[in-house]
Design a protein around this ligand. Structure first.
Ligand code: BTN
Length: 252
């Protein structure tokens, strides 16, 4: 007999797989076939999990792999703020499930760190139609419950590797989607301001960093995020607004 399905907030539908290529890929296939807003695709393992910039995402059984298929009524740039909503949901779920949680931080744009190491990555993918109207947004979340990748560009960790109690993927999924709905509602009702405030309370800001853009790398100090979610970086005495990129330690 299969385990009972995790309970999701009202309005969410769950699609479960033992193994799939990538929950983001499946979410896109379902979205193109007309699947509804707030469909959650969950797999126990992925054979072709993807991270940002096409990097593979280590996806053995024991961790959490899910994609939220969303159809927000928002322009693509504003919908991308749901990546911050997802990061807060991961943080809230971990805080609720793990007693004595080590230091939890958010790294721009959408990473979650535990004791300075990446425990969760979030991959946003979207498709737009005429006049840049958003058709769907996929928020893919990989949370290392049991194992972290053996080699990763940014140092990685997993709950179990920190000696913390094991959490079943189904338990983490339930808590995470409940938290996501809480913060998504806040975002829908009050906009980005409360999301930004909560994210900044635990953000990695103020220090030196290397920021990789599409075609070049900048070195500077992480100042803040603005009221749309863009990173403000101080580089050689000048403030730059960065809408998309990746943050790494200054050295390395
Ligand atoms: C990153 O590079 O930090 C983003 C990683 C996102 C991984 C998740 S796992 C579930 C979903 N399916 C994928 O193929 N990728 C995302």
């Amino acid at each position: 007999m299969s385990a009972p399905a995790p309970r999701l907030p009202s309005g969410y539908r769950l699609v479960r797989h033992q193994v799939i290529d990538s929950t983001n890929e499946e979410a896109k296939r379902l979205a193109r076939a007309g699947a509804a807003d707030r469909t959650v695709i969950w797999a126990l393992a992925q054979t072709a999990g993807r991270g940002r910039r096409g990097r593979p995402w280590y996806s053995p059984p024991g961790n959490l792999y899910l994609s939220l298929l969303l159809r927000p009524r928002a322009a693509p740039e504003r919908a991308a703020q749901l990546g911050f909503v997802a990061a807060l949901a991961v943080g809230g779920a971990l805080a609720a499930l793990v007693p004595d949680l080590p230091e939890l931080r958010y790294k721009w744009p959408n990473d979650v760190l535990l004791d300075g190491r990446k425990i969760c990555g979030i991959l946003l993918e979207s498709e737009s139609g005429e006049e840049d109207r958003l058709c769907f947004l996929i928020v893919g979340i990989g949370l290392n419950l049991l194992v972290a990748p053996p080699a990763a560009e940014f140092p990685a960790t997993a709950l179990a590797e920190r000696g913390l109690p094991a959490i079943a993927p189904a338990t983490a999924l339930e808590a995470l989607v409940a938290q996501f709905e809480h913060w998504r509602k806040r975002w829908e009702e009050a906009g980005f301001a409360p999301i930004r405030t909560a994210w900044r309370q635990r953000a990695v800001l103020g220090g030196a960093a290397r920021v990789r853009l599409d075609r070049r790398t900048l070195y500077g100090r992480l100042i803040d995020i603005d009221d749309e979610g863009a990173l403000i970086l101080e580089e050689a005495g000048e403030y730059r607004r960065i809408a998309a990129g990746e943050v790494f330690p200054a050295q390395g």
